[in-house]
Design a protein around this ligand. Structure first.
Ligand SMILES: *Cc1c(COP(=O)(O)O)cnc(C)c1O
Length: 360
């Protein structure tokens, strides 16, 4: 009879109703060209130097914290390292939001994990759409601040690629002072480094910044991210984080990735990738099926096509991109990660073939 037990009835109601995050890996696909997860296209090579796997790791590996604090120019007490920025998104909710009572605000079209994490924890979500030019709708946000503890904004925004207007972030910080935290997700900031808001921390006790080694540092497989904020916020997060959030090999490699030499390499690779992006945009621009290419400050671009079949055509030809058609305001758009020169060329070639086949 064990087969007839309905485990699903034991699952929490909000989890039964939850649509999990549709990660690039979950969606799958098969092919040679993977440009759907904003990963860096080539792997860095590191050797493990720590063999003490019989011991638990440090709760917050000192060298990782010291080096990252140095890199961003903050005090070590203003940092916490976690299993990717994704874990940080959730830690903030666990530390600051009462389930069924408090709310978060997020601003679609944007990164999907703010919503999924809140739904998982039973925290209310207020979706406040961005304006037509993909900036914060400050008027509507201000009208909806009741019960809100956390406001997640993303700059450069995923998937649109644009930066948020810094004056708008300042206005948001002014209207939320003493009421809510403003979380600026800077997962892609290295591709547009001058636009970080880290230097604002001295003026705003309720500003929080999320960072990751997954994108510009080419270490998505490592699972290592950072939260930067003033000490009282970090202290609250320290209370709820797992006892050993970073495995020994993760801390080992993160420490190496943050050496002076490897930081220099990272910055060089970012410059090269940004150049590749400009060339890719020029080529895309000459195609008839391309309706619009949105300006990007990140390692991906959002492209609007005048034909709904482009995504499937590429998918069938082994070029895996990220369909954004279902996101609010993004009909017929596809997000394309900037890969190697060869990968970018393969996209252009596929799109050119598609155009010919369709007689456009
Ligand atoms: C990729 C991404 C993250 C997640 O980063 P991890 O450190 O890999 O968990 C967070 N925010 C945005 C906007 C992202 O695109």
């Amino acid at each position: 009879m064990t087969n007839s037990i309905d485990i699903n009835q034991l699952v929490r109601k909000n989890i039964r109703e939850l649509t999990p995050y549709q990660s690039a890996r979950r969606i799958g696909g098969s092919g040679d060209v993977w440009l759907n997860a904003n990963e860096y296209p080539t792997a860095p090579h590191y050797q493990l130097t720590q063999q003490t796997l019989n011991r638990y790791p440090e709760q917050q590996p000192e060298q990782v914290i010291n080096r990252y604090a140095d890199y961003v120019g903050v005090k070590t007490e203003q940092l916490i390292v976690s299993r990717g920025a994704d874990e940080a998104i959730e830690l903030l909710m666990r530390a600051f939001c009462e389930p069924d009572k408090d709310s978060i605000i997020y601003c679609p079209p944007t990164y999907g994990m703010y919503l999924v994490s809140a739904q998982t924890l039973g925290i209310n979500c207020k979706a406040i759409s961005q304006t037509a030019d993909w900036q914060l709708d400050l008027t509507v946000i201000e009208q909806n601040l009741a019960s809100v503890k956390l406001i997640y904004v993303c700059s450069p925004n995923n998937p649109t690629g644009n930066l948020l207007n810094p004056d708008d972030i300042k206005t948001l910080l002014a209207m939320t002072k003493g009421k809510a935290l403003v979380i600026v997700d800077e997962a892609y900031i290295e591709f547009s480094a001058a636009n970080s808001v880290v230097s604002w921390l001295a003026n705003y006790p309720h500003l929080v910044i999320l960072r990751t080694l997954s994108k510009a540092f080419a270490l998505a497989g490592l699972r290592c991210g950072f939260t930067i904020a003033n000490k009282p916020v970090i202290d609250a997060l320290q209370k709820v984080i797992a006892p050993y959030p970073l495995a020994v090999p993760v801390a080992d490699i993160a420490t190496q990735a943050l050496s002076h030499e490897n930081l220099t390499t990272m910055k060089l690779q970012v410059r090269n990738l940004n150049k590749l992006k400009e060339r890719f945009i020029d080529k895309l621009d000459s195609l008839n099926i391309v309706e619009r290419i949105y300006p990007s400050s990140a390692n991906y671009i959002l492209v609007k096509f005048n034909d709904p079949q482009v995504f499937n055509y590429c998918w069938q030809h082994g070029i895996i991109l990220r369909d954004q058609n279902k996101q609010i305001g993004l009909e017929n758009t596809i997000r394309i990660t900037i890969g190697t020169q060869a990968e970018c060329d393969a996209v252009i070639q596929a799109l050119t073939h598609f155009e010919r086949q369709e007689g456009k």
